[in-house]
Design a protein around this ligand. Structure first.
Ligand SMILES: NC(=O)c1ccc[n+]([C@@H]2O[C@H](COP(=O)([O-])OP(=O)(O)OC[C@H]3O[C@@H](n4cnc5c(N)ncnc54)[C@H](O)[C@@H]3O)[C@@H](O)[C@H]2O)c1
Length: 268
């Protein structure tokens, strides 16, 4: 156990995992707890968050779980109030919730568009609006928003709503960073590339023709580093941005993609 975010209270949204294994949110929650934070695990799937709670407590970490739909303002206000009532502060807000409904713009329904924007982008606004006054009153805090390289690149499984929501998160991150810089609130976005997580299997398998292993090898082959990233790679980037090591870093993006957005993969 380390101390990189010792004595801090962190809220992690989407702290469960959509399938068996470890996703980005679960890894970040576990890493924050390993590094000394008390973590509030938020998910609309209570059982998924409770699985993360069990893993953290088995390692001796401090956490508790609360069920919420982060696209709903009442839920967001309630969980932030609950965290403050319990611990008196919120030092880290890690906005990890995201859904992806693949489809080109002629395929995606209006309903899927609205849902994607609500769950991926409006949720960040709602959670930040609920948390920032507390961070200001306690002298500061750190917000980490999990965006995607899909906000700056189009990837093989087309998804206009997803890409738009993820670039929207970057703009919102910058706005918050500038508006609250003098108040000690930092906001940064992590842009993961192709990570091997349950989220990919759940969201993209159909769009790739239905074979998970085929999809995974095709994704590995596209990346200059030769393989997809792990959820822990995203979690370590988030830990850095959330910690005081990043005290002069705000309003920026950190790409975690094995050089995928740097250029095409040149086969030797
Ligand atoms: N895996 C990748 O390749 C990749 C790449 C880039 C970005 N990302 C981003 O990483 C994040 C996903 O990380 P993950 O691996 O933890 O995903 P995940 O889908 O495994 O877990 C997210 C959790 O969010 C919960 N959730 C969904 N909608 C919710 C809502 N409205 N309110 C509360 N909880 C809700 C789900 O129940 C789930 O437990 C997303 O933001 C995604 O866009 C992933």
């Amino acid at each position: 156990m380390g101390d990189r975010v010792g004595d801090k209270v962190a809220i992690v949204t989407g702290a469960g995992s959509v399938g068996p294994g470890v996703g980005n949110g679960k890894a970040a929650a576990m890493l924050f707890a390993r590094e000394g934070a008390t973590v509030m695990l938020v998910d609309h799937n209570l059982e998924a968050a409770q699985e993360s709670e069990r893993l953290i407590k088995d390692e001796g970490g401090e956490c508790f779980t609360s069920r919420a739909d982060v696209s709903n303002s009442e839920d967001c206000n309630r969980i932030v109030a609950e965290c403050i009532e319990r611990y008196g502060r919120v030092d880290i807000l890690h906005n990890n919730v995201g859904i992806e409904i693949p489809g080109g713009i002629l395929d995606i329904t209006e309903n899927d568009w609205d849902r994607t924007i609500d769950v991926n982008l409006k949720s960040v606004f709602l959670m930040c609006r609920a948390v920032v006054p507390q961070m200001v009153s306690q002298g500061g805090g750190a917000i980490v928003n999990i965006s995607s390289i899909n906000g700056i690149r189009t990837l093989p499984a087309l998804s206009g709503a997803y890409g738009a929501s993820k670039l929207g998160m970057v703009a919102l991150t910058r706005e918050i960073a500038v508006e609250f810089a003098e108040k000690g609130v930092r906001a940064n976005a992590v842009l993961p590339g192709m990570m091997r997580t349950p989220f990919v299997e759940a969201s993209l398998t159909d769009a790739w023709g239905g074979d998970v292993e085929d999809m995974m090898s095709a994704r590995d082959a596209m990346i200059p580093i030769g393989r997809q990233g792990e959820p822990w790679d995203v979690a370590h980037a988030a830990l850095f941005l959330a910690s005081d090591d990043a005290k002069y870093i705000t309003g920026t993006t950190l790409v975690v993609d094995g050089a995928l957005t740097s250029g095409v993969h040149i086969q030797p």
